[in-house]
Design a protein around this ligand. Structure first.
Ligand SMILES: [Zn+2]
Length: 300
């Protein structure tokens, strides 16, 4: 059975993004736009930790209220419990701020696409977002409407935020048009494409921690301590889960949830990796300028 993060499909030439020296992304801003509390931990936590270390300022945008996911007794408690997990996730990875858009979980395909897009355009302009992480809006085999609706809204908002006639009231309020130049679409389902692999080995413990703070939805969260208790009731113990409850939770993640990222890494000579379909800056002006430099002649 495929695990979360398994089975991306390589497409075209694969670029391996390696750890950079210093702070090459200093001054740049990224936004990771997830639908649910467990998306960022599984799909991009290592890469986000890497890019923050390398200078990015990062914001977390969550589109749903996560009201359906978790063992908590009521819908209200489930929302609150997931919200607390997201606050912890932001602390662990180093996000500067969180925006909860609050759309109802599992129902995003019934929401206004225009409203979601407009809210994202506002945020991309306000935060001056250069780079986004989200779902592939065209991702095959996606069964969760919250995922593709989120991806599609981000994709459209990313370029529209740079236009000067979309939502002129934003400009009257002091915002400026601001295009998102780089997009990383993570691999959420088996068979979704990737053209970039990021070496996350130096940040693997951050990824473990990010999966562990996702207590409400799991998998991860309390899984280690629960397994330990289940075995103890039968008079058994797994030495790998020895230590505190937190140690057991982390050990569980390392033992059972990192394999897809290890397997992907091995294909590219890395210890651990995350995969993305990456779309870089579009810049046609330099091509024109190069042509002018080579071919322009004086009028006389
Ligand atoms: Zn999700």
């Amino acid at each position: 059975m495929a695990k979360i993060g398994d089975g991306g499909a390589p497409l075209g030439e694969i670029f391996v993004e390696r750890p950079a020296k210093g702070k090459p992304h200093s001054g740049k801003v990224l936004a990771a736009v997830q639908a649910h509390a467990d998306d960022i931990p599984f799909f991009c936590a290592g890469t986000i930790a890497k890019l923050i270390d390398e200078g990015y300022t990062a914001y977390l945008i969550q589109t749903t209220n996560d009201e359906k996911c978790g063992p908590t007794r009521s819908i209200g408690e489930t929302i609150l419990s997931n919200e607390k997990d997201i606050e912890e996730l932001a602390k662990v990875l180093g996000f500067k701020g969180i925006f909860n858009l609050g759309y109802r979980n599992h129902l995003m395909d019934g929401e206004s696409p225009l409203e979601i897009r407009c809210r994202l355009i506002f945020l991309f302009r306000l935060l001056k977002v250069d780079t986004v992480f989200t779902f592939n809006p065209w991702g095959h085999f996606e069964e969760n409407p919250d995922h593709w609706v989120t991806g599609a809204a981000v994709e459209a908002a990313a370029w529209m935020a740079g236009m000067d006639k979309d939502y002129p009231e934003h400009l009257a309020a002091g915002l400026k048009p601001h295009s998102v130049r780089e997009r990383y679409y993570w691999v959420a389902r088996e068979g979704q494409p990737y053209n970039r692999v990021v070496d996350i080995a130096p940040w693997i413990e951050k990824k473990v921690e990010a999966i562990c703070v996702n207590k409400t939805q799991g998998p991860g969260g309390y899984a280690g301590r629960r397994l330990k208790a289940r075995l103890a009731a039968k008079g058994l113990r797994l030495p790998a889960l020895d230590g505190s409850d937190e140690d057991a939770d982390r050990a569980y993640v390392r033992l059972f949830l990192l394999e897809p990222f290890e397997k992907l890494g091995r294909l590219y000579g890395l210890d651990y990796a995350e995969a993305f379909y990456y779309i870089g800056p579009k810049d046609w002006s330099s091509e024109v300028e190069d042509y002018i430099a080579k071919n322009a002649l004086p009028l006389k």
